[in-house]
Design a protein. Structure first.
Length: 226
């Protein structure tokens, strides 16, 4: 299932979400325009490598937690992450407020990275992408807007169907798939098909818990009925 849009309109302009979209797309675009001879070297230098983090734990290794959040391995990788941020980020920002949302987003990315490191501390594979932070946004959205309708593309063999599904189904199923892949990865690798699934799980859980704790219950009840 691929989400296309939701039915909830934010009450204010989501400037922080726009900013994050611009930064992520801009970094990828600048690196592409620069025509770097070895983009893989950029990934290895600024991506998150659990083994390097565990071995060094110096300022450079710690900074990888942040820089890795704004790098993407391909245009498809970037596009899929930005699609989820575009659909769900504005409403979470609306609920938390701009500054709290920015802190929440960055914290989600850090927690997701730490979850990935704990799941596979000996990995020498660089991990990049905003998906851990965006997973935190998805977790918060599920808590705040479970009844929201999400316009979703559903592939059915050679045919596709577009349907309105509750956020609880779309995001709940997304989380279950990540969790299943995470448990499946034990004994193989924490990177299933090149995806750091435990980063997704860690970010999602953190986002859901924080949203439940910091947003007043009355507000959650009001938003869930939209």
């Amino acid at each position: 299932m691929i989400p296309l849009s939701d039915t909830i309109r934010a009450h204010r302009t989501p400037w922080v979400t726009y900013f994050l979209l611009v930064v992520n797309i801009g970094v990828f675009g600048l690196l592409a325009v620069a025509g770097l001879a070895d983009y893989d070297e950029v990934i290895r230098t600024y991506g998150l490598i659990p083994f390097r983090f565990m071995r060094s734990f110096d300022l450079e290794a710690i900074s990888d937690l942040l820089t890795s959040m704004f790098l993407h391995g391909s245009l498809i990788h970037l596009g899929s992450n930005m699609l989820y941020l575009w659909i769900f980020g504005d409403n979470v920002e609306d609920a938390l407020g701009p500054l709290s949302y920015l802190f929440f987003y960055l914290m989600g990315g850090l927690v997701a990275s730490l979850a990935h490191i704990l799941a596979n501390p000996a990995s020498r594979i660089p991990t990049v992408g905003a998906s851990g932070a965006i997973a935190a946004v998805l977790g918060a959205y599920l808590v705040l807007y479970p009844a929201s309708q999400v316009r979703t593309l559903i592939p059915l063999g050679f045919f596709v169907r577009i349907a309105l599904l509750p956020a609880s189904v779309v995001l709940g199923l997304w989380f279950v798939i990540q969790l299943f892949q995470g448990f499946l990865s034990f004994g193989i690798s924490a990177d299933v098909g090149g995806v750091a699934v435990w980063a997704h799980v860690g970010g999602f859980v953190m986002g859901a818990v924080l949203a439940w704790l910091i947003v007043p219950r009355r507000s959650k009840e009001r938003w869930s009925n939209r």
